[in-house]
Design a protein around this ligand. Structure first.
Ligand SMILES: Nc1ncnc2c1ncn2[C@@H]1O[C@H](COP(=O)(O)OP(=O)(O)OP(=O)(O)O)[C@@H](O)[C@H]1O
Ligand SMILES: [Mg+2]
Length: 338
């Protein structure tokens, strides 16, 4: 289900979801050239074929996928397109020997849970790889527990091990503000922050750090850690999704999985969203994904408990109204989970 309301060449995408936690996620392909191994310098009166540069970098392709596979997020998409343009121009300038230090690419992604931060970080890693700014373009997603140790001497090796794995790609630190605990004077998180600051400065040609989390807490974190703030070049804010966007995300997810909502189920799902938003722990697209997961369970039980002796392909694909309305969000209490 394509969505390109922006018009023009700004386009985007999303691959099937991946779990979060500490993991190495490879980019689409690895091993492209690094920016430093570019061709020999061009002469003063040489010209660069812009369309060739564009297609070589795959930037249009990656942005197009981002646009078609990710619903909404227009401000985010437009910031990414701007960064991509900057890098493409930077790359061309280098061919003429212009500009020496490479642009700072460390970023901060702020927004509520389930607004697509991890998904976009994966896309960003891929984009930077295609543009030649990251050797490998994989993403290592971590939280405080993956970086900070429990006793003296534990933290530095732990942090360094994660950094080693992330080299050549993106280190994504979710809820980065938990690294900083001012109430605890001897907190080892400070050690991690110091190592990170060093590496963000010294290894910026080989590692991009993206810190992520709730907007207000990130602001406090940056206020208390000016060193971190000054190393982040791009602050990108992820807005909450509207109900209409969440409905489109639901269709996209179901479509990927070979399911669909029939007309009544679609109406029920819209009502579900309105109610779910008011309940605790609402997490935007993540709540949608979880709700659909549960409706698939109900559909399966419904089919197996039905009187039917044969099932059509459509029976197996269709989520009906009851599969949605049986949620306890509608006031029923006979079921675990919302
Ligand atoms: N704009 C979107 N279009 C389609 N699917 C989306 C979109 N945003 C998020 N999703 C889906 O919603 C789920 C949650 O997204 P993601 O994990 O990227 O959010 P997050 O901001 O990192 O959340 P958290 O803060 O909870 O880690 C993923 O399964 C992703 O595929
Ligand atoms: Mg996430």
């Amino acid at each position: 289900m394509a969505e390109s309301s922006e018009g023009g060449p700004r386009q985007f995408s999303l691959r099937p979801p991946r779990s979060s936690g500490t993991e190495n996620i490879p980019a689409a392909d690895a091993g492209s050239t690094s920016i430093d191994s570019a061709e020999s310098e061009l002469a003063e009166d040489d010209v660069i074929d812009l369309s060739l540069e564009r297609s070589d970098s795959k930037v249009v392709e990656v942005l197009a996928r981002l646009d078609s596979e990710l619903v909404g997020l227009l401000p985010v998409k437009s910031r990414i397109a701007d960064i991509a343009s900057l890098l493409l121009v930077d790359k061309m300038r280098r061919r003429f020997g212009l500009g020496s230090s490479r642009p700072n690419l460390h970023m901060s992604f702020t927004g509520s849970p389930g607004t697509g931060k991890t998904t976009v970080a994966l896309r960003m890693a891929e984009l930077l790889h295609h543009l030649g700014y990251l050797r490998k373009g994989h993403l290592v997603a971590v939280t405080r527990d993956d970086l900070v140790g429990q006793y003296i001497g534990h933290t530095a090796p732990k942090t360094r091990e994660v950094l080693k794995r992330a080299m050549g790609g993106v280190l994504f630190i979710d809820e980065a503000y938990y690294l900083y605990r001012p109430e605890n004077e001897r907190d080892y998180g400070q050690e991690t922050i110091e190592i990170l600051l060093q590496v963000m400065e010294n290894e910026r040609d080989d590692l991009v750090v993206i810190v992520a989390g709730y907007r207000d807490r990130m602001e406090t974190f940056f206020q208390s850690n000016p060193g971190m703030n000054s190393r982040i070049a791009h602050h990108i804010d992820f807005p909450d999704y509207s109900d209409a966007e969440l409905e489109r995300i639901a269709e996209l997810i179901l479509n990927e999985q070979g399911y669909y909502l029939d007309d009544d189920a679609r109406i029920a799902f819209a009502e579900y969203l309105t109610l779910r938003r008011e309940r605790p722990h609402f997490a935007n697209a993540r709540s949608v994904r979880n709700a659909l997961e549960r409706s698939r369970l109900r559909q399966a039980s419904r089919l197996l408990n039905s009187e039917k002796t044969v099932l059509t392909k459509s029976d197996l694909m269709r989520i009906d109204e009851l599969d949605i309305r049986a949620s306890r969000v509608f006031g029923r209490v006979d079921e675990a989970g919302a």
